[in-house]
Structure formats: structure tokens, C-alpha cells
Ligand binder design. Sequence first.
Ligand code: ADQ
Length: 451
Amino acid sequence: MVSNRVIDFSAASQAGGVSVAIYDALARHNGFWFGWNGQVEDTETPEMMVSRDGEHATVTMPLTAADYNDFYLGYSNSVLWPVFHNRLDLAQFEAGYYSRYVAVNKKFAAHLAPLIEPNDAIWIHDYHLFPLALELRKHGIENPIGFFLHIPVGPAQALIAIPEHREIARALSAYDLVGVQTHRDVRNLIDFLQQSVFGRLLPSGRIRACDAELDIGCFPVGIDPNDFSDSRVVRDSESPETSRIIGIDRLDYTKGLPQKFRAFGKFLEVFPEHRRRIVLSQFAPPTRESVEAYADIRAELEALSGAINGRYGELDWVPINYIHRPMPRHELRDVYRSSRVCWVTPLMDGMNLVSKEYVASQDPADPGVLILSKFAGAAEQLHDAVLVNPYDPNDMVQGLRQALEMPVDERVARHEKLASVVCKSDSKAWGKTYISALVKAGRRRIGKEQP
Ligand code: ADQ
């Protein structure tokens, strides 16, 4: 497994989500996890650190300050992240970002290649590392190499605005398998390869691009529902005035937080009977704070929550409880369970694990309601959520009303269907399906298996 940031096993169970899924797949396949250890050190000859914990092993290295600025904050998070989320307006195409991006991928390849054994399959994660397969091949690595993109694939028209889009397309074509979260992403990616480098879809279903053939498939990320299912918290259904609406999103401009706050203000205006009976608890832990767009969104949210609380709040009731800090993971389950509604309305999101965690945390006899953006990858699977358009304030307001007023038999019926999807498409299924598809794709390349 390779990803930009490697999380230590003890911290991974705290961080949750994908890091737990990665460790789970490693334990079953006797592998190791390679990447950045989160440290910044000014050396061009970094020392590798190996750490073992039972069946889990990590091999990590530091980045330099220039790597951190130009590769991580720069090309990865100020070019690729906004453009793949269709926010071209926020992209910063600065000179020097791309060359450092490639340099860090070369550095990763040089340190990783000697550790690879003949029967290994290599699974690379996320947009920081598009060029890694190409670089590993230069070191003579012939093993199956797969890529999984956790973020959405924006429309091809946005992607080809990246000055280096042909290089990105060529880098993707060097993989045996590229996995994405949704069918929409598969379509967008094929479209991008067609427009960028004249890629074409073959009758076999594979894609031919840049003198190579690759598989592109949809592998929706899941959670481990057992991590969330045994909460003992009981929601007090006798006191509807305490109904909590929960929002949990990293403080990111893709998560639609200003739209959510404005819709909540509008809801309180249009339905005054709900005032004092509901509280929106929005957790929004900070990320990438040195990127300008993140500082802007923080200021905007502080102003909005202040304005709404100032306008509608009373001495003994504050409508928005806005918490700009991470929450200890062991508290998440109880917070989900005690919330009547989970309101997650990103403008665009690869998957959105919070929606799945909320479903898994509910009491099946008295479940809460999930309101989910149509533009989260999870919406392709969770049809029985209340699906809303975060750009449309009226739809947001009506969705909240529907969720708060939904009778228990409808809540139970919807939850049953949602829970069955979350359990079936869990993190174990994700890892297993991806790895077997990767091994197959690798065999096709070396001609051991017909498509
Ligand atoms: P993220 O954008 O980080 O992930 P998400 O899928 O919602 O989004 O995962 C966030 C994780 O962090 C969840 O497990 C959640 O519980 C946790 N978390 C969030 N806020 C927290 C808080 N305040 N305290 C504690 N924990 C918190 C990226 C993509 C997603 C994709 C995932 C996985 O952007 O679209 O679903 O990768 O592929």
C-alpha cells in the first residue's frame, strides 16, 4: 500500500475511515504501507523508518519544507484537489509546483522500488501520487500496479484546464487498474483520457491510451459497520425540543458548509415553530490551514454562524453549535446515535464516509434520518436517504423539514435499506474486490489471462 501520508497503526484506529481499511487489507495480505511520516526535515537524503506492530508494517520517510510547500500544499492541494472537485476558480497554477510534484514522486519511487518483491501487488492511493507507477516502471518494476482515487473526477472540461493534463493522463495510463468511487467518476475519467490523449474504449471494456491498456472500475469505499453498531446511547424521543441535527465535515470548501448554514437560517425564518426545538451541531475540524481558500471558508463560517445565532438565538437557546475542532473517534458513535438528523451536503465529494458511519450508528427501531447531497459519491448507493441539492436553498429547507417530521415507520423502512447497503459494501469488501481486480489486470498485461 502506498499513500502520501502513512498513519501509525495506533493513530489509524483513531483516524478511522480509510486508514483502518488499509491496515485491514495489509493484515490479510502480509504487506506493508509506504509513504510520508508527516515530518518535515531539510535533507535530500532522508532516512527510512520501518515500524512493525503484529501483522502491520510501515516504511516511511520525511519530506523537505520545499516538498511540503510545492508538492503537498501546492500542486496536490491547490491544483489537483480544487480542479478534480470542479473548482477551477480556486486553482493556483504556480510555476514550480508541478516539477516538485514529479520530484517527490521520483523520490518515493527510488526508495520504494528496492523493497518490492516479485510476487507483490502495489496499490497506490490518491491524487498526490498519480506519477508513481510511471516512475516505478522506470526502475524496472513489472509487478501489477493499481491506483485508487478517493476524490471525485470532475468533468473533463475542467481537468484539461490543468496545464500538465497530458502528463497526468500519461501517468494514469501506466497503471494496470485505476479505481474510482462511482460510475459517474468512471465516465468522467474515460472522457478525460479521450479528450486529453485520444484514449479509446476497447470492445474488451479496457481503455487504450498512451500506448498502454488499463482497466478503469468503480470500487465504492466502505466503513466497518461493527465500529459503530454498539452504542448504548438512547435518544430521548419524549423531548423533541432537544432534537439535534449533526454535521461532521472537515473544514473544506467542497463540503458545502456556507450553503448549509444559510439554509438553516432560512429554515428558522420560514418555520418559526421549529425554533428552540432544534440545534444544528456542526463539527468542522481544521485542515490545510495555510492554503488561502481554507482560511477564507473559516472566516465565512464564523461570520455566518455568528449572524444566525445573533438573529435567532435566545438566552437559553443557541441555534448553531459550531465546533472547529476534531472529536475523539470513540465519541463519534454516540454523537451520531443521539442525533435525530445527519445533514451532510457537500457540493462534490468522492464518497463521504460520515453518511455511512451515521447509518451504521442508528438504533434500527428508532433510527435518525440521513439528509445527503446528490453530489456525494455515497448518493449512488444510499438512494433511501433524503437526497438534496445543496445549491438549491429551497430543496435544502424542504429536505430538513421532511427529515424532522418523518414518521417512525418511514424512518425504519428507509434505515433498513440504507443499513443493508452499508453492511454489504463495507471496508473489507472494498479491499478484497479491489485487490482481486488488480491481480487480474496485472495478469492481463503480461498475457497470462485473456480479458
Ligand atoms: P474526507 O474528505 O476526509 O475523505 P469523509 O469520507 O467524510 O471525507 O471522511 C472523513 C472521516 O473523518 C470520517 O471517517 C469521519 O468520521 C472523520 N471525521 C470528520 N470530522 C471529524 C471530527 N470533527 N472529529 C473526528 N472525526 C472526524 C476523502 C474524500 C471522501 C472519501 C474519503 C474516503 O474526500 O470523499 O469518502 O476520502 O475515500
